[in-house]
Design a protein around this ligand. Structure first.
Ligand code: BES
Ligand code: MN
Length: 468
């Protein structure tokens, strides 16, 4: 792979204020090839595409001069790639994690073009995965490729790129355990989180966790005529909507007993850092395109997103939803729920509490079944400790001396807490997503110049980690 041009024609200009690493045509072409794989991990029919994309990544890592390997799993393969400075000097090792799978994307969701045929519109690359997470992991690859090409990085590097992040990373923990020695590192780096805004360098120091489940209610053994039976037979949709409506009280708090018992109280500096982000409720409302905001009383939108747990209804199904009316009294009703968790909530414990509460509140007039789906622990790492200060220096440097923002993220990256548990290291969350990038939505975007910017950030980070 030809990364020439990454840093200008072989000129090491250092990393000053007005530095530029013009993106080579080859780098952009490779990024676009990466985006063309429709690697939707939720879709079982994409298994072949997942393998092809993993093979493609393996080849790119090899071209960069790294030792790459595909690790098969029960699901999509994991790509590992290592680079060690020749000479056997004892240096720090940085593990860079990312994912090549993406969320589903269909024209019917509101895309203005094929989600898997990247387009550049006013400097923005529009494609599924342009940001989450192909653009971000690719920027790190560019940074490392450029360093290797111009004499080597200042730390040893190992990449772990998986294909199941968007469906809960169920098979990655086993790979980390099996390859524990090979993956030994001093710190992990993950770019899969939001920035406070464009060119506002941001260190994310916490993520919410998650637990997902499905509730199925069954009433009559088959769909009934709503005139012949209606009024006499219990409708499972009515029961379900009552159950779901009861998940929150009038102050927007989750009603599950014990739900908040382990919730960590943020320190005063954290609430100040949240205010310093300068993201008003009105701005969040504007980004969401919603007529109003709602949630737990007593917190700003940014606090609700980063510091507070939630109960969310992701989907609800039952009865007839086709064209025109149908007078049916349905046999079944179901809903998919997720709960976003904050430190120190435990997904297993919360799931048990939710299941118990739903079963207790569900009247005996219907049968209830609760199925547990994926889960992930929340994450928190004090940015004033460990490699946090090195990351802050690197971010500031990469953005020409800009002030660094500190963020508690509402989303979840399940593997981050697993990295800590299995490999014993903290993760620096240095995402490049813009708040309005529409990750998971139609017309996802990534600023094309952020490939270079991200590569530059990667290099500053490896240097600062080496020095720390
Ligand atoms: N990149 C996101 C996590 C994220 C979202 C970080 C927004 C920062 C801002 C990640 O790819 C993702 O979407 N994760 C899932 C995990 C889930 C399927 C277990 C999520 O948060 O829903
Ligand atoms: Mn992601």
């Amino acid at each position: 792979m030809d990364w020439r041009g990454c840093r200008g024609a072989g000129v090491n200009t250092g990393y000053g204020q007005n530095d530029r690493m013009p993106l080579s045509d080859q780098a952009q072409a490779d990024y676009f090839d990466f985006l063309r794989f429709p690697t939707v991990s939720a879709d079982p029919s994409k298994a072949q595409t997942m393998r092809e994309c993993a093979d493609w990544l393996e080849k790119k890592f090899e071209e960069m001069g790294m030792k790459a390997e595909i690790v098969p799993t029960a699901g999509a393969p994991v790509v590992l790639a290592k680079w060690k400075k020749p000479g056997g000097l004892k240096r720090k090792t940085v593990l860079i994690y990312g994912h090549y799978d993406v969320q589903p994307a269909e024209m019917g969701d509101g895309w203005t073009g094929d989600p898997f045929e990247p387009r550049v519109i006013e400097g923005m690359v529009v494609a599924r995965g342009s940001t989450d997470n192909k653009g971000q992991i690719f920027a790190h690859m560019l940074g490392v490729a450029d360093m290797i090409r111009s004499g080597g990085a200042e730390t040893d590097v190992v990449f772990v790129v998986e294909g199941e992040e968007e469906v809960g990373s169920d098979n990655l923990e086993a790979v980390l355990r099996a390859r524990k020695e090979e993956l030994a590192c001093d710190v992990a780096v993950v770019s899969d989180t939001n920035m406070a805004g464009l060119d506002k360098p941001t260190l994310t120091y916490g993520l919410r966790g998650i637990t997902a489940l499905q509730v199925d209610l069954t009433g009559p053994s088959h769909d009934l005529h709503s005139g012949v039976y209606g009024g006499a037979v219990v409708n499972p949709i009515t029961v379900l909507t009552r159950l779901l409506a009861g998940l929150h009280d009038k102050n927007g708090r989750v009603t599950i007993p014990g739900f908040y018992s382990k919730v960590r109280k943020p320190a005063a500096w954290e609430r100040k850092a949240a205010r310093d982000l300068g993201v008003s409720d009105a701005e969040v409302r504007r980004q969401a395109g919603s007529p109003a905001l709602g949630g737990e009383a007593g917190f700003s939108a940014i606090e609700r997103i980063g510091m507070r747990p939630t109960a969310e209804i992701n989907g609800i199904t039952g009865g007839y939803q086709g064209p025109g009316p149908k007078t049916v009294l349905p046999s079944k009703a179901s809903a998919k729920l997720t709960f976003r968790l904050v430190p120190n909530q435990d997904p297993k414990e919360i799931t048990a509490r939710v299941e118990k509460d739903l079963k207790k509140r569900c009247p005996k007039t219907v049968k209830i079944q609760v199925t547990r789906h994926h889960g992930g622990f929340p994450y928190f790492c004090d940015p004033k400790k460990g490699f946090g200060p090195a990351a802050v220096r690197a971010l500031s440097q990469a953005w020409g001396g800009e002030k660094v923002h500190f963020l508690l993220e509402g989303g979840t990256i399940p593997i981050v807490s697993v990295i800590k548990k299995v490999l014993g290291v903290e993760t620096l969350l240095v995402g490049l997503s813009q708040p309005d990038c529409r990750a998971h939505g139609p017309d996802e975007t990534f600023p094309i110049r952020y490939l270079e910017q991200g590569a530059k950030m990667n290099q500053a980070l490896l240097r600062q980690i080496a020095k720390a």
